[in-house]
Design a protein around this ligand. Structure first.
Ligand code: BGC
Length: 737
C-alpha cells in the first residue's frame, strides 16, 4: 500500500482535503469562469461584451435577459443597487453588472485637474488623491473608473491636454502608474477600490493640428518612445482595463488596430484585463471609412481586440449586441474567440469581488473611508503643490504684511464652477472655495478687499471695466484672476488662439495702466500664449484648475504660507505658430546655436519657448553644484550613481524638484537633446544643503536602434541635473562594450 503512495498521489490526496477557497485565488477564479462560460448562451455572452450609458435607459428587462454587461455614468447608489439586484437576482445566471464612471480628478472632493497635479511631480500625493476618489466613488456603487488618461500631448491646441500629465513619457509613466495604484489599491477586491482604465489607447494626444478626434500619423519610433510608455506603465501597475481611442493611427483606427490592441498590448505586454472601446468608437469605424457598415465595424473592432463596446451606437447600442451573434452564425468569428473576451470581462468582475459582494454596503464603506477633513487636506496640499510661479518681479510675492488694501479683479475671481475644470460633475458646490472667498478668509480682518469682476471670460462686453479700474485705483495691489472657462478645454475643447479669451487682456492692460502692481492668477486647462502678460505684469501664478480648495491654496501662496514648488510638465509656446514645441526634440543638422540664416529657426520668433518644461520659481532660490558621477566608464549592465548638491540659497524654506536628464551624444539614430530620466522633490531650509542621488539603471539607458530593437548603445552620455530642463549642471560618462 505504502508503495502506491508516490509523491504525486500524496499531493493529489492532500489537495482533495484542501478547502475550495484556499486554492490560489487566480486558479479559483479561472475555474469559476470556465464553469460559468460553459452555461452561457451566445446572447448572454454578447451581453457581457456590451456596455450601455445611463442616458440610454437600459431596461430592467434587458438586464434580466442578460443583454447588459456594464452601465456607465449612473450617479446614485440606489439606482446602481436596483440595477444590480435585477442582474444578480433575476437574470438566469446572476452575473453582476460593472458600473463605470469618469472619476478623473476626484469624485465629490475635487482635486486639481491632471495637468495641474502633474505640476507637483508628487507621485505619492497624486496616488493618494486617486485613492480618495476611489473611496468616494465606491460609496456610490461605482467599481470602474475611466482613468488614468495617460495621453502624452505636445500640442496645447488640443483641449484634452488638461486630462493628462503633459508632454513627457517618463513623468507620464510615473504618474500613470501612481494613479492606477491609487484607484486600485492593494487589491481590486477591496471595497474601496475601483478598476482603472488606461486611456486613450493610443496616440490620441497626437491629433493633427490639435483638432479633437483628428487623425494621428506618427513613426513607429515616436509611438514606442513617446506615446506607448505611459500605457505600458499603467499595465505594469496592474490596470484592469484599457480604452481604445477615437483616432486613427497611421491609417488604422485605434479601435480596429490589431497591432496595438493585440500584438503590443496582449502579446508583448501580457495584458490580461479587458479592452473597452471609447464612446461608440467601434461604430465610428464606418466614418473612418474602414468598415462599410455596422456589421463590418463590429467584426473589425472585435477581432482587433476591443472586448467591450461602450455604447455601441449612440441611439440603440446595436453594434455588438446585434452584429456579433450574426458574425458567429456566419462562421466569421468563432465562439471560442467570443469566449476569450467574455472570460476577460468576467475575470475583472471576479477580481473586483462583484460576485461575492455585488451590492454597495454604504455603512461599511463609510466606516473604512478617510475622514472628510483628511480628504480636504489632501486636496489642499495637492492644489498648493500644483501651482507654478512663472514670474515674480522685485519679489512682489509673497504679498507684504503691511498692505492695507487689495483689489481682486477678473472674471474668475469669484467663480466656483469653472475653477473645478472639466470632468467635475459630482462636486458639492457648497464646499468650493473661490479665490475671493480664500482671500477674504485670509485677509479681510486686516485689509480692505475691493472686488470687481470687470468682464466675462468670453465675449466683448467692457461695461464692467470702469468699476474694475476704480477698484485698482483704490488699492495698493491687484490680484487679477483670469483664464479659460472649464469647457474651453477637455473633450471637444480644441482652440486655435491661445491668448486670454474675450476682453480679459484688454482689461488687464487698463488695470496695468493705473500703475498698480499686478499679480496675474491664471486658471486654464492648457498653456496659454501670454507674451504681453509676461513682459509687463509683475507676477504670474499658473494655477490651472485647482479643484474645490482653489481659493484656499491660492491665498496660501499669495501670503507665503505655502512657498510655490510646482514645475511645468508642458512647454509654453510664445505663439501658436511654434506648435508642436517640446523639450525632448532632436537637434537637427543645423541647430540654431550661432547666428545665421540657414539654420533651423524662424524669421519672426525665437525658437525658445516662453516657459520651458520643468520650469517653476520659488520664493527662495536653489543652487545646484558639484555634480558627481560615480563611474566615468561603465559596462552596459552596470548601475551608475550620479549625485548633486542642492542648496537653498535664499531666505525662506522651500521645495525644489531636482530633474535628471540624459542625452546620448552620438548614436545609431538621432536621440533627443535631453530626456527626463529621474526626478525628486527636495525640501530645504534656508542655507541648508542636501546631496541628491540618482541611480542610472540599464533600463534608463535603453533606446530603440535603427532596427527598432531596444539596446544600450556604447559611447558617451551627457548627464544634466537641475531645477528646469533649461537650467542644469552638466557632466558625462561613457559606456564601454
Ligand atoms: C471620452 C472618454 C470617456 C467616455 C465615457 C468619451 O467621450 O472620450 O474619455 O471615458 O466618453 O464618458
Amino acid at each position: 500500500m505504502l508503495k502506491l503512495l508516490t509523491p504525486l498521489r500524496i499531493l493529489l490526496i492532500f489537495c482533495l482535503f484542501i478547502p475550495y477557497k484556499s486554492f490560489p485565488q487566480e486558479t479559483n477564479i479561472e475555474e469559476k469562469i470556465t464553469n460559468l462560460v460553459s452555461k452561457m448562451t451566445l446572447k448572454e455572452k454578447v451581453g457581457q461584451l456590451s456596455q450601455f450609458a445611463a442616458t440610454m435607459n437600459p431596461s430592467l428587462e434587458m438586464i434580466k435577459s442578460g443583454d447588459v454587461g456594464s452601465i456607465l455614468s449612473i450617479k446614485d447608489v440606489n439606482s446602481i443597487n436596483r440595477f444590480q439586484k435585477t442582474a444578480v437576482e433575476q437574470s438566469r445566471l446572476g452575473i453582476p453588472l460593472i458600473f463605470g464612471y469618469d472619476v478623473i480628478h476626484g469624485y465629490k472632493t475635487t482635486f486639481p485637474v491632471p495637468l495641474a497635479s502633474a505640476s507637483s511631480w508628487d507621485t505619492s500625493l497624486i496616488k493618494e488623491s486617486a485613492r480618495i476618489a476611489a473611496m468616494e466613488a465606491s460609496l456610490e456603487g461605482i467599481k470602474w473608473t475611466f482613468a488614468p488618461m495617460v495621453d502624452i500631448c505636445r500640442d496645447p491646441r488640443w483641449g484634452r491636454i488638461v486630462e493628462g500629465a503633459g508632454e513627457d513619457p517618463f513623468l507620464g509613466s510615473a504618474i500613470g502608474g501612481a494613479l492606477v495604484r491609487g484607484f486600485q489599491g492593494d487589491s481590486l477586491n477591496d471595497l474601496l477600490s475601483l478598476a482603472a482604465c488606461s486611456k486613450h489607447y493610443v496616440a490620441y494626444g497626437a491629433a493633427e493640428a490639435g483638432r479633437e478626434y483628428n487623425t494621428t500619423d506618427i513613426s513607429e519610433r515616436t509611438l514606442r518612445e513617446i506615446y506607448l510608455p505611459p500605457h505600458n506603465a499603467a499595465v505594469d501597475a496592474g490596470a484592469a482595463t484599457v480604452m481604445s481611442a477615437f483616432n486613427s493611427l497611421n491609417g488604422i483606427p485605434a479601435s480596429a488596430n490589431y497591432y496595438t490592441l493585440t500584438e503590443i498590448l496582449r502579446n508583448e505586454w501580457g495584458f490580461n484585463g479587458f479592452v473597452v472601446s471609447d464612446w461608440n468608437s467601434v461604430g465610428q469605424l464606418v466614418n473612418h471609412c474602414v468598415a462599410a457598415d455596422k456589421i463590418e465595424a463590429a467584426f473589425k473592432g472585435f477581432t482587433a481586440g476591443v472586448d467591450m463596446d461602450m455604447i455601441g451606437d449612440t441611439v440603440e447600442g446595436d453594434i455588438y449586441p446585434l452584429n456579433l451573434p450574426l458574425l458567429v452564425e456566419e462562421g466569421k468569428i468563432p465562439v471560442s474567440r467570443i469566449d476569450e473576451s467574455v472570460r476577460r470581462i468576467l475575470r475583472i468582475k471576479f477580481k473586483l469581488g462583484l460576485f461575492d459582494h455585488p451590492y454597495t454596503d454604504t455603512v461599511k464603506i463609510k466606516s473604512l473611508m478617510f475622514s472628510q477633513e483628511k480628504r480636504d487636506s489632501t486636496a489642499l496640499k495637492l492644489a498648493e503643490e500644483s501651482i507654478v510661479l512663472m514670474k515674480n518681479n522685485s519679489g512682489i510675492l509673497p504679498l507684504s504684511k503691511e498692505l492695507k488694501s487689495i483689489a481682486v479683479i477678473g472674471p474668475l475671481s469669484d467663480d466656483k464652477a469653472n475653477l473645478l475644470g472639466p470632468w467635475a460633475v459630482m462636486t458639492e458646490s457648497g464646499r468650493v472655495i473661490s479665490v475671493l472667498n480664500g482671500i477674504n478668509e485670509k485677509f479681510s480682518s486686516t485689509i480692505k478687499i475691493n472686488y470687481a469682476k470687470g468682464c466675462d471670460i468670453e465675449g466683448d462686453d467692457t461695461s464692467g471695466f470702469g468699476e474694475a479700474v476704480q477698484a485698482a485705483v483704490n488699492s495698493e495691489v491687484v490680484i487679477f484672476v483670469a483664464g479659460e472657462s472649464s469647457s474651453m478645454s477637455g473633450e471637444a475643447g480644441s482652440r486655435t488662439n491661445l491668448n486670454l479669451p474675450g476682453v480679459q487682456e484688454l482689461l488687464l492692460k487698463r488695470i496695468y495702466s493705473t500703475g498698480k502692481p499686478v499679480v496675474l492668477v491664471l486658471m486654464n486647462g492648457r498653456p496659454l500664449t501670454i507674451n504681453w502678460e509676461n513682459e509687463n505684469i509683475n507676477a504670474i501664478l499658473e494655477c490651472w484648475f485647482l479643484g474645490d480648495q482653489s481659493g484656499k491654496a491660492i491665498a496660501n501662496i499669495l501670503t507665503g504660507d505655502y512657498n510655490p514648488s510646482g514645475k511645468l510638465t508642458i512647454t509654453f509656446p510664445r505663439s501658436v505658430g511654434q506648435i508642436p514645441i517640446y523639450y525632448n526634440h532632436l537637434n537637427t543638422g543645423r541647430p540654431a546655436i550661432e547666428p545665421g540664416r540657414y539654420i533651423s529657426k524662424y524669421l519672426d520668433s525665437p525658437n525658445s519657448p516662453l516657459f520651458p518644461f520643468g520650469f517653476g520659481l520659488s520664493y527662495t532660490t536653489f543652487k545646484f553644484e558639484n555634480l558627481n558621477i560615480q563611474k566615468q566608464k561603465q559596462g552596459k549592465q552596470d548601475i551608475n550613481v550620479v549625485s548633486v548638491q542642492i542648496t537653498n540659497s535664499g531666505t525662506v524654506p522651500g521645495t525644489e524638484i531636482a530633474q535628471l536628464y540624459l542625452h546620448k551624444i552620438s548614436s545609431n539614430v538621432s536621440r533627443p537633446v535631453k530626456e527626463l530620466k529621474g526626478f525628486r522633490r527636495i525640501f530645504l531650509n534656508p542655507g541648508e544643503t542636501k546631496k541628491v542621488y540618482f541611480s542610472i539603471t540599464p533600463d534608463l539607458l535603453e533606446s530603440y536602434n535603427s532596427d527598432m530593437i531596444k539596446t544600450i548603445e556604447p559611447g558617451k552620455y551627457d548627464v544634466m541635473i537641475g531645477g528646469s530642463s533649461e537650467d542644469v549642471v552638466n557632466g558625462s560618462f561613457e559606456i564601454v562594450n
